[in-house]
Design a protein around this ligand. Sequence first.
Ligand code: NAD
Length: 442
Amino acid sequence: MEITVVGVGYVGAVAAACLAAAGHRVVGIDTDPDRVNMLRSGALPFYEPGLEEIVRSAIADGCLEFAHGATFDQPVGDVALIAVGTPQAPDGSADLCRVRAALSWVVDRRRSGALVVMKSTVPPGTGRHLIERYLAGTDLRYVANPEFLRQGRAVHDWQHPDRIVIGASPGDAGSVAAVKSLYAGTRAPFVVTDVTTAEMIKYAANAFLATRVSFINEIASLCDRVGASVNDVSTGLALDPRTGGRMYAGLGYGGSCLPKDLGALHHLGMAGSLDLELLRAVIKVNDRQRLLPLHALRERFGDLTGVPVAVLGLAFKPGTDDVREAPGIDLIRDLVAGGACVAAYDPQASDNGRDYLPLEVRIAATPQETAVGAQAIVLATEWDQCLNADWPEIANLVRRPCFLFDGRNALDAHEIERHGFHYIGIGEQGHAQYSPPPCASE
Ligand SMILES: NC(=O)c1ccc[n+]([C@@H]2O[C@H](COP(=O)([O-])OP(=O)(O)OC[C@H]3O[C@@H](n4cnc5c(N)ncnc54)[C@H](O)[C@@H]3O)[C@@H](O)[C@H]2O)c1
């Protein structure tokens, strides 16, 4: 098939490259000329393991091209896949300007009978509106096909999805079959439904994931109060099939999807006079979670003025250079505002992080360099390079006593303490502050 992918960011570039590798002829379109030029030369404008090789090989095979939207004057392919960003608008809703612009662009260059596949995450009800507003009077067809890939594992997730959700207009079996053919060879189950329900599945998935994160984080806070271990609690919960897989306590969720999608869902509820109280609590717990290292350091140092702090990890999670809504970035801003002298390290996200950080933050090339003279270290992203850092050497470089706040509960507390650090985990090291009230008869 001939496929046009509109928007070649984290989702679109993966889709374009993997569809080309599967034998389709793909053109990736973007409004950012630098992005287009980099991709044309076979280089990635962002870090995503395994993707560059696929892009290069597909370009060499003649199956994959990239073009700037403004200068592309041919009709789109049999399929036009839209993967532009849907960031949060100032009022909390999803900003759909890019989606509207991308769809107009497709309509202006339409090929008769082409299929528009919406990969961008758009609020439930958007597709129905877009069909009426932009596709009426054309023979273009529309399908919602939300994407579930995870940055850092995007190529794997595209090639081995858990499920493929297809939302089509009633009776449009042809479009459903066309989307299924894009995923030929994958074993994932298909969920075929209407457009609005497909959109809702994506938001519900993100909201549920975020809820699980905030749930275990709230339990972790309680573990700290009563002297229980959240890691063991999580193991105990994971063995019950009704409560789902393992959950990890930490500094909370971040990135370009969960925060904005929860905001958009909450906004959608309010627009329909429905206050989604659980979602509000999930967001509140997540915001609170990010402040834990700051509170822990204040408790130990009082005033943070002049305290040297090393922060390991800027990306919102390992495997990506994306720092959007990353807990580490927020933490550093708060630390600097509190007077701390901050050094930071990230194996992939240093350049991106620089743009979001105060100028006085020292960006170091290794965990060791970051830790020189530090009185506190905060692990904000559980990169292997941080977990497997040379901790004995780091122990010789820091100033004693040195506190290590493990913001991901990912380090071996005993090992770290063996090197002389004061380890602080989340929901792991609290002291019992609770004793049951006596009975009246006691
Ligand atoms: N990143 C993820 O892990 C992920 C996972 C699932 C779903 N999503 C959803 O997929 C969508 C895309 O996310 P992303 O992370 O790839 O975004 P991104 O910001 O990385 O990339 C979007 C790209 O679209 C381009 N663009 C913007 N307007 C355009 C237009 N009118 N025409 C052509 N190109 C245009 C931008 O220049 C950019 O390169 C979002 O709705 C997001 O919520 C993202």
